[in-house]
Design a protein around this ligand. Sequence first.
Ligand SMILES: [Zn+2]
Length: 392
Amino acid sequence: MTSLKGDQGTTRALNRRLILNEIRRQGPTSRARLAEQTGLSPAAITFVTTELLQEGLLIEKGERRPIPLDIHYSGHFVIGLKLMESRLEAVLTDLSTQILARTSLDLPDHQPETVARYAARAREELCQQSGVDAQKLLGVGMGLPGVIDAKSGICLLSGRFGWKDIPIARLISEHTQLPVWVDNDVNAFAVAERLFGSGKNTPNFVVVTVGRAIGSAIVMEGKLYRGRNGGAGEFGHTLSEYRGRKCECGRLGCLEAYASEHSLLRHFQEISPRHHNIQMEGLLKLIDRKNERILNVLEDAGSRLGRNLADMANLLNPDLIVLGGEGVRLGEAFFRPMRLAFRERAFDCVAEDLPIAIHDWGDDAWARGAAGLATEHFFDFEVQPSEGLENN
Ligand SMILES: [Zn+2]
C-alpha cells in the first residue's frame, strides 16, 4: 500500500476506500447500488470490486441476482490492547471488531519494554485461543490514557504510567512483528464507535468517558480531531469550580476532581467516616439501597458533568453525544442530574433532539476500541501505521 504513487494510485486508493466504506455503512450492497451511491461509473465499480474480491477483502453474499457484495470481515484479524494500571487487556477481533478471543495479563511493572513483551505474549495466547493463523493478523491497536502522537506512535505524556516521549508503537512492533497503531484510549473508543457503533452514520459526534478519569474524543466531519499534537479533548480538565478541589493534573477545580469515579469515591470516603475504606463495589451497593449521602454526591457530580457537557455541546454543536466508561454503572442516580443540568445550560437549538447515548459498557470495550485503531487502517488506505508497515 505504501507503493501507491501518482494520480492513478491515489484515485485507485480513493475508490477502494469509497467502496469499502459505503459497504461498511450500508451492509451488503449490489454493484449497481454502489455505482448509484458513490457516483463512480459502473466500469470503475466493476474494476475495483473485482480487485477487492480477488484480494479476499470482499465476498459475494448469496446467489440471487444482483449479488450483493459484503466486506469479508472474517478474512483478516486484528489485536486490540488496553493498557490498565496493573494489567494488559487484550482481544483478538475480526474486521468488524467482533471479539473472537480475549485475555488479561497481570503486569509486573509499567516499563515500556515490559508492556511490549507482554503484548507479544498476548498475541501468542490470542492466536492459540482463537485458532487464527498469525499470518492473517493485520496489526495491533493500543489505547492508553495520555497524550499520544498517533502519527509517530510516541506517547508524549502519560501521567498514570510516568511515561514521557516513549516510542511505544515501535517497541511493540519489534516484539510482535506487526504494524502497530497507538492512540489515546478515548480516541480509540471513538474510532470504533465511528466505524461500527452509534457514530456509524453520524459525521459529528462527541464521546465522553467517565471512569478512573474523565476523557473525551471529538469526531468532526467524520474525522477524529486531535489538535496540534494529540492533546485535544481534555474535557476532564475543563473548569468546574474556580480554585476548587485539587486535580490529579495539579490544577484546581477540574471537572475530573469532582465527577470521575475515583473522585466521587474519595469524596464519599471523606464525608462519610463510616465508609472511609469503601471501594467501588460497596459504593454501588449503597446506590442500590438509595443511601442518601451517596445520592447527594452523585447528584452534585452528575450536575457538574452535565454543565460542562452543555458547554462542550454549545461549542461544537454535535449530532450525538456518546457516554461510555466504567462510570456508566453509576446509573440514573448520576445521569438524571446530568441530563437536567445539561438541558438547563445548553442552548435550546443545540440541545433539542440531541441524543445522549449511554454506551452499554463491558469489560472489553476499551480493548475493542483499540482494535478499531487497527481496523480503521483497513478502511482508510491513506492512514499510515505508527510503526512497522515496512516490515509487512
Ligand atoms: Zn485537571
